[in-house]
Design a protein around this ligand. Structure first.
Ligand code: FES
Ligand code: FES
Length: 162
């Protein structure tokens, strides 16, 4: 089937089997390997993407279901090649990543949270990332990264930098 996926503001028409997940379409058809494959049944959050701005699990959605929706992946967050978004930068600075496996999903989840609530409490941050598993258990630094990004966003008056 032909499907039109709008990924990181670029339209891609791809030919897929109806059973192909959005996760596999992004990774295998578009080579967007920042979308990580983990449990493949909706538990770990490694495959998190943004669909119309909200975090969603790409392993639980067929590519054909995403036809016409706006999909965001970690590859689309940086303002320019070789640069980092404000949140990516905060994760680097606070060591909010260890092996990096959960990191794209965590950052996209943080991105959606800060878009909706630029000054979240620690409890709100914990709740927002509660669906994303970090096998390295680096939750403390991940929360610190999101708090740092929130403070910087508040100071920069640059909502789009998230
Ligand atoms: S790979 Fe999708 S939730 Fe784990
Ligand atoms: S940094 Fe290794 S899984 Fe989170």
């Amino acid at each position: 089937m032909k499907v039109l996926l709008n990924v990181n503001h670029v339209e891609h028409e791809i030919d897929v089997e109806p059973r192909l997940t959005l996760l596999d379409a992004l990774r295998d058809n578009m080579r967007l390997t920042g979308v990580h494959t983990g449990c493949e049944h909706g538990v770990c959050g490694a495959c998190t993407v943004l669909i119309d701005g909200a975090p969603a699990r790409a392993c639980l959605i067929f590519a054909v279901q995403a036809d016409g929706l706006a999909i965001g992946t970690i590859e689309g967050l940086a303002p320019a090649p070789g640069e980092l978004s404000l949140i990516q930068d905060a994760f680097c600075e606070t060591h909010g990543m260890q092996c990096g496996y959960c990191t794209p999903g965590m950052i996209l989840t943080a991105h959606a949270l800060l878009r909706e609530n630029p000054s979240p409490s620690r409890e709100k941050i914990v709740a927002a990332i509660s669906g994303n598993i970090c096998r390295c258990t680096g939750y403390g630094q991940i929360i610190e990264a999101i708090e740092l990004a929130a403070r910087r966003l508040a100071g920069s008056n640059a909502g789009d930098a998230a």
